[in-house]
Design a protein around this ligand. Structure first.
Ligand SMILES: C[S@@+](CC[C@H](N)C(=O)[O-])C[C@H]1O[C@@H](n2cnc3c(N)ncnc32)[C@H](O)[C@@H]1O
Length: 274
């Protein structure tokens, strides 16, 4: 991994780098791999949470683009991996515009390199909890026209906010900024009723000093009252508008087979502002 990354602290694990490691990326340090290896070795199968989340994100971006939305703000976007939001969106809408927002300096460093050649995409280092600084950022203003429908993406990010940081009010703030026809996506870690979930949640809280997994009702409540949740409603990420199974590869589709406890730990929903 490249050195000379301003602001990158290699002594503490970072959410973005641990997640990158779990997804098979190379932009991480020993301190991140140690936490990642805990999940891989001590909670076997838990990496399925990250994959189910990421695959749902790809399907949802395709759905939002198919609904005619051409611009996206991706909150807590993480490190570039395969099939990033702009790549998926631009497959559907070649001139789709994407603003990636993340507070981890490593995301900015890698994102800049990746996006140098793409004038329709930007990476902004900002804190989700300061929405006005994101809305007013020159790069966001350059790319996102808030008079036109926007896809606002909160993928695997709101469980990093504690209740006293009021994630519901934050989502509502963005709903109020975007016009009718905009779509809001949330994926979120779910509280499960089993020991593995409790241990995994506790490990993340110990490691990052924060985080709150929520029940389905609590996740749905994050959308507030001003948007309509679209089909199929809040569902496990693995089952959110699943891709048609490939008969040559998948013996059973995801709708028929039982999901693992890990796949049941991340839910998502897409909503539209009427
Ligand atoms: C689990 S990753 C999710 C990445 C991507 N959205 C996805 O679903 O694949 C969470 C990301 O949120 C970022 N993050 C955490 N807290 C944040 C905050 N307060 N403001 C902005 N980004 C934040 C982390 O740096 C990390 O990249």
């Amino acid at each position: 991994m490249t050195d000379n990354m301003a602001g990158v602290d290699q002594s503490k694990p970072s959410i973005a780098r641990v997640y990158d490691y779990l997804l098979g990326g190379r932009d991480n340090y020993d301190v991140d791999r140690k936490i990642g290896d805990y999940f891989i070795n001590d909670l076997p199968g838990s990496v399925a949470i990250a994959y189910a989340n990421r695959q749902a994100l790809n399907r949802v971006i395709g759905s939002i683009a198919a609904d005619g939305i051409r611009q996206f703000v991706d909150m807590g976007s993480g490190l570039p991996t395969v099939d990033n939001v702009h790549q998926v969106a631009q497959r559907h809408v070649p001139d789709a515009r994407v603003a990636y927002i993340d507070n981890d300096p490593i995301v900015l460093a890698h994102g800049r390199a990746l996006l140098q050649t793409d004038a329709n995409t930007t990476v902004v280092q900002a804190d989700l909890r300061e929405p006005d600084s994101i809305r007013q950022h020159p790069e966001v203003r350059r790319l996102i026209d808030f008079e036109q429908p926007v896809g606002v993406v909160f993928s695997a990010i709101l469980h990093h906010l504690n209740d006293d940081e009021d994630p519901r009010e934050l989502v509502q703030w963005w709903i109020d900024q975007v016009p009718s026809g905009s779509e809001i996506y949330i994926s979120h870690f779910r509280s499960g009723q089993n020991e593995e979930t409790r241990v995994a949640e506790q490990k993340l809280q110990e490691t990052f000093g924060r985080g709150r997994w929520r029940t389905d009702d609590e996740i749905l409540a994050l959308f507030g009252d001003d948007v309509e949740v679209l089909e199929p409603g809040l569902s496990y990420c693995a089952r959110w508008r699943p891709a048609r199974p490939d008969a040559n590869v998948d013996k059973i589709g995801v709708e028929e087979r039982e999901l693992t406890i890990w796949e049941q730990l991340v839910s998502c929903a897409l909503a539209r502002k009427p």
